[in-house]
Design a protein around this ligand. Sequence first.
Ligand code: S6P
Ligand code: ZN
Length: 194
Amino acid sequence: MQDAMMPRSTQVHLENGALEPAAGTIVRRLSDMADHFHDQEAARALLAEDPVIYRVYMAWEADEGYAWLTGTTVIEPGRVGDEYFMTKGHFHSAQDAPEVYYTLQGEGMLLMQTRGGEPRELPLQPGAIQYIPGGWAHRAVNTGEAALIFLAVWPREAGHAYAGVSERGFPRLVVVRDGHPALVENPGFEIEAG
Ligand code: S6P
Ligand code: ZN
């Protein structure tokens, strides 16, 4: 039997969402995900600038056996055309693996969908806790004028299956309409055969 793992702690800097210490940081720029936005002309125009869309700060490495992973995500404010900055979104590779989101700062929308393409959306605002059951792909969208910062907690076994989402997109998009965020049907949404 392995030795007991040690208790641990990390600090969220609430003003910018960074963790200290962090076990790793992922930075996603527009060039890492330009094809995820529906307005490809706007995406190409913004590529010259290649803004950071979001950062993920991982709190710690996974332990052996049962383990929770946790990290903060910081989505910058901004849009590609009329579509707000957002995460790529993913299903978990272990299809039953759930996740919890806790929003610390900012405002936004959590987009979800089942494999069968059933959509569900929940607002993200400071203090809101969301439970994402296994089987639901999830994407966070920043609809505010400041960074959207949330903490996610998920089981080590979950893994990330990005392909399912990058091919089909989400059933709904979050776009600006008359100066306000609006959910609209995604005309490009497709569920792959099989
Ligand atoms: C992990 C959890 C989050 C996301 C992060 C970035 O299961 O859902 O930490 O990884 O918000 O999103 P994405 O879709 O690029 O992994
Ligand atoms: Zn996840």
